[in-house]
Design a protein around this ligand. Sequence first.
Ligand code: 13P
Length: 287
Amino acid sequence: MLATLNDVLPRARRGGYAVGLFNAVNLELARGVIAAAERLCSPVIMGTAEVLLPFGPLEDLAPLLVDMARRASVPVVVHFDHGLSAESCARAIRLGFTSVMLDASSKPYADNVRESAEIASFAHAHGATVEAELGHVGNAGDSAEGRADNSAGRPEDWYTSADQALDFVRATGVDALAIAIGTLHGTYRAEPRLDYERLSRIASMTEVPLVLHGGSGLSDRAFAEAIARGISKVNVFTDINLAAAAACGRALASGAAGLTDLIPLEVAAVESAVAEKIQVFGSVGRA
Ligand code: 13P
């Protein structure tokens, strides 16, 4: 069934588990995500990101994802990840996405507040939910999401301020807040050290569900700690993207000939990678 962030995240925050967002840039990824969620009776968040649109245009993906979500036996939020402008977020909402993230996190604070508040009021008027980002989650070098230049220098300079988080949530009315505590988008070159104290401080200041971007490659221990301290949504893309490609690579190496040989393997690889994360996030049986 089609759901919004408000249908799944406040319950996750109260229940001490997290709901995964898995970006699905084509039919096979979407099938894998929904199959895992249905098998484990878990709510799930599925979508695409603005930087991923070259791989699956919004107008093509929206009807597919929305209809699959509607027919699913578990709550599925169809979420537009890292929208880079109010216009693209509004376009996603008009096409049926039930949720959007406006990422104005590289802009000055006042602009981030103003733009996030505007899209929140537009989204709410259309029955959709909104995530924004405060601080900035960078890029390990191989992802199109987050700025790559903040993996250099002092990472803390990009982290979310707890005091600002409270002000930001009140001023914008967003339904979920992505925070920067040491994760990066893409493949980590070294095990990230997360600022758990900062996460706890932010969680103690606001009830709003908190989002951890850059979920690929984090250890199960890191997830457990982050979720125990208040993370309610975890974003994962690189892991499922690589799992699907690796399955295809293995099949080609052992003689698979056509795309039809690869499609079922791709779906199965994504299902298995997503199911693994759903188990770690603790959302099994929460649908
Ligand atoms: P990864 O690709 O590192 O898992 O990050 C995904 C993400 O945060 C999408 O917003």
